[in-house]
Design a protein around this ligand. Structure first.
Ligand SMILES: [Zn+2]
Length: 66
């Protein structure tokens, strides 16, 4: 299925660019540097610490957890 591969490649490239941008800004790509999970926040109604960066919002913490 060429279409699926195309979409997967496109998604990967987009994700890669996004991560690269977050790296330049020193921000965790998961929470965009906020330190908490915004999706969970919307559901639960209060802030939940981002697992990936341990609530620091730092790219370096995210990188360490990968
Ligand atoms: Zn984070």
């Amino acid at each position: 299925m060429k279409v699926f591969k195309y979409l997967a490649d496109w998604y990967q490239a987009k994700r890669q660019r996004y991560i690269e941008r977050m790296k330049q800004q020193g921000k965790c790509p998961i929470c965009k540097g906020y330190g908490y999970e915004t999706i969970a926040n919307a559901y639960v109604g209060h802030s939940i610490e981002c697992h990936s960066c341990k609530g620091t919002g730092l790219y370096s913490e995210w990188e360490n957890s990968n």
